[in-house]
Write a protein that binds this ligand. Structure first.
Ligand SMILES: NC(=O)c1ccc[n+]([C@@H]2O[C@H](COP(=O)([O-])OP(=O)(O)OC[C@H]3O[C@@H](n4cnc5c(N)ncnc54)[C@H](OP(=O)(O)O)[C@@H]3O)[C@@H](O)[C@H]2O)c1
Length: 256
């Protein structure tokens, strides 16, 4: 068990992409799981797979994280002292087609709820449950887009990155680890669902979700507050932090 970060993990957005890679990696190391997304049939099929493949316990929570009452139900799972959650992965996300200023403001509100409000509430519930136990971890999936001025999505991601970095430092003494995970372009359902044209993104910029998650879990064990998987994106992130913002905005225009 030495080096193991968790025994029961709650992952939002578990049915596809990066969240799916997280639950598969965690189940493979023997963690019980709580899996969260909107599509119940897909969640149940995933739970059946994980139980059969790894013999772990899997609880399914259908929740739309743009709906406050649904977020409260997930927060209640994190707060339950009888069935403690040791690792929260705030991963669920989506992108909105169109640029701020052209999009419907009600859609922007839902994006804010999904990418900022929901992870904030769930992290709050996790810290309050884990702190008194003196152990636990939170991974907030942000994006390298956080380091570029790129509309509302990147603003949400820098918000979550910034809060994660502070929380990691402030709560370190409580024994709870917090890490922002900032992926670059990763092959998932994300771009198709968001109707994004990523045909111009060169092949070398694409990451594999399983590899990314393996790197992230290693960074979490090492106690990093920020994980930027792959050497390519470490270099790009360094450049983005130091180059003039107008240049970075132009270079980053193509994707999220
Ligand atoms: N792929 C990339 O290139 C990339 C790069 C940087 C950061 N990210 C970030 O990585 C995270 C995961 O993205 P991904 O690429 O893995 O996306 P994905 O393949 O589209 O998967 C998104 C997951 O989130 C769930 N979800 C979406 N909206 C939801 C809602 N309102 N309530 C609850 N669950 C919801 C989806 O399930 P349901 O539809 O069933 O709800 C699905 O399980 C996101 O936070 C994203 O911003 C992705």
């Amino acid at each position: 068990m030495l080096g193991r970060m968790s025994a029961r993990a709650l992952v939002t957005g578990a049915t596809a992409g990066i969240g799916n890679s997280f639950v598969r990696a965690l189940a493979a190391r023997g963690d019980d799981l709580v899996i969260v997304a909107r599509d119940t049939a897909r969640l149940e099929a995933l739970a059946t797979d994980l139980r059969a493949a790894h013999g772990v316990e899997v609880d399914v929570v259908t929740a739309d994280l743009t709906v406050p009452a649904d977020v409260d139900r997930v927060a209640a799972v994190l707060a339950d002292p009888d069935r403690p959650v040791d690792l929260l992965v705030n991963n669920a996300g989506a992108s909105l087609a169109g640029w701020f200023g052209d999009t419907d403001i009600a859609d922007e509100d839902r994006q804010l709820d999904l990418l900022v409000r929901a992870p904030m509430h769930l992290m709050d519930a996790a810290l309050k449950a884990m702190g008194p136990r003196g152990r636990g971890a939170v991974v907030n999936v942000t994006s390298v887009a956080a380091f570029t001025p790129r509309g509302v999505y990147s603003a949400h991601k820098i918000w979550l990155t910034n809060l994660s970095l502070w929380t990691a430092w402030h709560h370190a003494a409580s024994g709870v680890k917090v890490m922002a995970l900032a992926p670059g372009f990763t092959r998932t359902e994300f771009h198709q669902r968001g109707e994004m044209d990523v045909s111009g993104v060169p092949r070398w910029m694409w990451l594999d979700a399983d590899r990314l998650v393996a790197d992230a879990l290693r960074d979490l064990e090492r106690g990093k507050a920020l994980s930027v998987p792959s050497k390519r994106y470490k270099v790009l992130t360094f450049l983005a932090k130091h180059a003039p913002s107008s240049l970075v905005a132009r270079a980053a225009k193509r994707g999220r």
